[in-house]
Design a protein around this ligand. Structure first.
Ligand code: GLA
Length: 357
């Protein structure tokens, strides 16, 4: 049963993680925001069709895959791997043809891939036909969608990432950060200071390096730490001293201290203590740079440069690392925007608009 034709427009936001990086894959804590930049998938179901075809306006190319997704890992063009991996998991009952538009800089570390996964999954399931769309007001549906998209990411990119990006894109709340516990998968919205008190500025360092393979190496080191002291999500700082290998110990020290900083950051925001929140962002950067070693000299220099400007309360690398973006908490208007920088606002998660024909 292919169902009736429908048009569907889905917008899924990118994310900026304000604090808590490289903690999600060991059941730790993070505090991302969904941002006011998104990937949109807009198109029509084709009841008699047997392909999913999406054309990217920005990349000027089309992905065309069968309804079983084909071979995601080798799909061309490369961005189509995310689409194919989503098709493979959602198994749409009929064809779909549409376009992909994006206001997110692609490949800058603002999770354009997670936004594409979420938008594609919702477009393919929200446009009518069995098994029916996920209900985004239902916690179980939201989590299942995040997991499906994260599994697709693993297949498309072969990097053992966590759920941070997909949860931020799906669960975003305007004006709020999302305090995410990756063991319980509980998401608690934390009110952020209003726009006239704080701006969130993201600056692309322009630097890119071996993030993919290094990310996997770090996940392996965290697993080794867990083999010695148990789940890092539950470990205390003093437990890390028992880890024999100094590099593995440093990774654990980062994760355990970062989990604490996330809670302290949320508490500082709730108390309106922006100076303390900014200090924790700076401290998080130091930990990522020194203990987790996921920064680069360019990114360290960019953070230092930002912090030296009056009105910048804190600055840190955000996301996967080894280049990518820095996020700064700034007094409104204090920072003239450098090139490749954006003011981002904490925004709502993905939205779906469907019209049946
Ligand atoms: C990438 C991954 C996330 C998370 C961050 C680091 O964005 O996709 O799962 O691990 O890096 O916090």
């Amino acid at each position: 049963m292919a169902g009736n034709a429908a048009t569907v427009v889905v917008r899924a936001p990118g994310r900026v993680n304000l604090i808590g990086d490289h903690t999600d894959h060991t059941g730790g804590r993070c505090l991302p925001i969904a941002i006011d930049r998104w990937v949109e998938v807009a198109g029509r179901t084709e009841p008699a069709g047997d392909r999913v075809r999406l054309t990217s306006e920005a990349l000027r190319s089309t992905v065309d895959v069968p309804l079983d997704g084909g071979e995601p890992a080798t799909t061309e063009p490369e961005w189509g791997r995310y689409v194919a991996a989503i098709v493979k998991r959602t198994r749409p009952p009929s064809g779909f043809a549409g376009t992909v538009r994006s206001t997110l800089p692609i490949g800058s570390g603002l999770s354009s891939s997670a936004a594409l996964e979420v938008a594609t999954a919702l477009a393919l399931t929200g446009g009518g036909g069995a098994p029916g769309p996920p209900d985004l007001s239902e916690p179980a549906d939201r989590l299942a969608l995040a997991r499906l998209c994260s599994d697709a990411e693993h297949e498309a990119r072969d990097v053992p990432t966590g759920l941070l990006d997909q949860i931020a894109s799906i669960y975003g709340v305007a004006g709020h950060g999302l305090l995410l516990d990756c063991t319980s998968l509980e998401v608690v919205p934390v009110p952020l200071p209003p726009d006239d008190e704080v701006e969130w500025v993201v600056v692309d360092s322009g630097a890119r390096s071996l993030g993919r393979s290094a990310y996997g190496v770090r996940v392996g080191e965290c697993r080794r730490a867990e083999a010695e002291i148990g789940p890092l999500g539950a470990a205390r700082p003093e437990d890390c001293a028992a880890i024999a290998d100094p590099a593995v110990r440093s990774r654990a020290v980062h994760v355990v201290s970062e989990n604490r900083r996330v809670l302290d950051f949320a508490a500082a925001l709730r108390a309106g203590d922006l100076a303390e929140a900014g200090r924790l962002m700076d401290e998080s950067h130091r930990s990522l740079s020194t203990d987790y070693e996921s920064s680069t000299p360019e990114v360290d220099a960019l953070c230092a440069e930002l912090r030296a400007q009056p009105g910048v309360l804190g600055a840190r690398i955000t996301g996967g690392g080894w280049g990518g973006c820095v996020v700064a908490m700034v007094r409104p208007g204090a920072l003239p925007l450098p090139d490749r920088a954006w003011r981002v606002r904490p925004s709502a998660g993905a939205t779906v608009t469907t019209t049946a024909h």
